[in-house]
Design a protein around this ligand. Structure first.
Ligand SMILES: C[S@@+](CC[C@H](N)C(=O)[O-])C[C@H]1O[C@@H](n2cnc3c(N)ncnc32)[C@H](O)[C@@H]1O
Length: 224
C-alpha cells in the first residue's frame, strides 16, 4: 500500500532512480506494468543490493533496471538521464542527507518522490532551502504507522512558514482525516512530554521546554 502510493506519483514513462531500493520492488513493479521507461536501483548495503539483483534477474528486467551498489545519489550517472528520483522508507533526516550530499548529481529537472518515516520537517526545510516546491503530499496509515509521501520539483524560490514546514503546506490546507488523526495523537504525546518535563527531578533545558510547548500550541491551533 505504501509503495503503491509512491508508485502513483512517478510520472508515466519516467526514467526513475530508486535510492535505497532494498529488493528493488518499486522499480520492478513499475516496469512490469509498463509505467516507466527504465530505472536505476541504488543500494548502499550488500545484502539488499544482492536482493535487488535477484529480483531484477528473476523478472528478466536486466536491460531496463541497472542495480548499483552505491551511497545515495552516487548511483546515478549522467547517461541514465534520470527524471524522477524516489527515496522511501527512511527517516526524513537521512533522505535530506542523501539529497544534500548528492546535490552535484541533481540536474534540477527531476521530480523527487520522497517517503520519509518521521523527520518530515527537516526534509521540507531542505526542499525549501534548495528551491523545491512541494507539489503533492499525503499521509497514509498502515500497520499502525503514519507514512508521509512528499513530491517536489525544483521551481525557483519558495517560502514556507515554520508551521507549513512542520505540518506540510498542502496537508494543512487539505486537512484529511488521516492528517488530523496523526496530529491528534502527536498532541497527546506532546502534552504528556510537557507533563513529564514539569515533574522531572532534573531541570529540562528551557529551550527544549519552549520548543515542545510551541509545537503543542501549533497543533492545538491546527485542530481547533
Ligand atoms: C527500510 S529500507 C526501505 C526500502 C524501500 N525503499 C522501501 O521503501 O520499502 C531502506 C534501504 O535504504 C538503504 N539505504 C540507506 N541509506 C542509503 C544510502 N545512503 N544510499 C543507498 N541506500 C541506502 C538501506 O540499505 C535499506 O536497504
Amino acid at each position: 500500500m505504501r509503495l503503491q502510493r509512491v508508485a502513483a506519483q512517478v510520472p508515466a514513462g519516467a526514467r526513475l532512480a530508486d535510492i535505497g531500493s532494498d529488493h528493488a520492488y518499486l522499480p520492478v513493479a513499475l516496469l512490469r506494468r509498463g509505467a516507466i521507461a527504465a530505472a536505476v536501483a541504488g543500494e548502499v548495503a550488500l545484502t539488499p543490493f544482492n536482493a535487488a539483483c535477484r529480483t531484477v534477474r528473476d523478472q528478466g528486467l536486466e536491460q531496463q533496471v541497472r542495480v548499483r551498489l552505491a551511497d545515495g545519489l552516487a548511483a546515478i550517472e549522467p547517461a541514465d538521464a534520470i527524471d524522477a528520483i524516489s527515496i522511501c522508507g527512511m527517516g526524513g533526516e537521512s533522505i535530506r542527507d542523501i539529497l544534500d550530499s548528492g546535490k552535484a548529481r541533481l540536474s534540477g529537472r527531476e521530480r523527487l518522490i520522497l517517503q520519509p518515516n518521521g523527520g518530515e520537517q527537516p526534509l521540507r526545510q531542505w526542499l525549501m532551502d534548495n528551491g523545491y516546491r512541494i507539489l503533492h503530499e499525503e499521509i497514509l496509515r498502515e500497520n499502525r504507522f503514519d507514512y508521509e509521501v512528499i513530491v517536489a520539483e525544483r521551481a525557483g524560490p519558495v517560502a514556507y512558514t515554520e508551521e507549513q514546514l512542520y505540518f506540510g503546506p498542502l496537508q494543512m490546507q487539505a486537512r484529511s482525516p488521516a492528517f488530523l488523526a496523526k496530529w491528534q495523537s502527536i498532541l497527546q504525546r506532546k502534552q504528556q512530554t510537557l507533563a513529564n518535563f514539569a515533574r522531572a527531578r532534573q531541570a529540562v533545558p528551557e529551550d527544549k521546554v519552549q520548543q515542545v510547548a510551541r509545537q503543542a500550541r501549533w497543533i492545538t491551533e491546527l485542530l481547533a
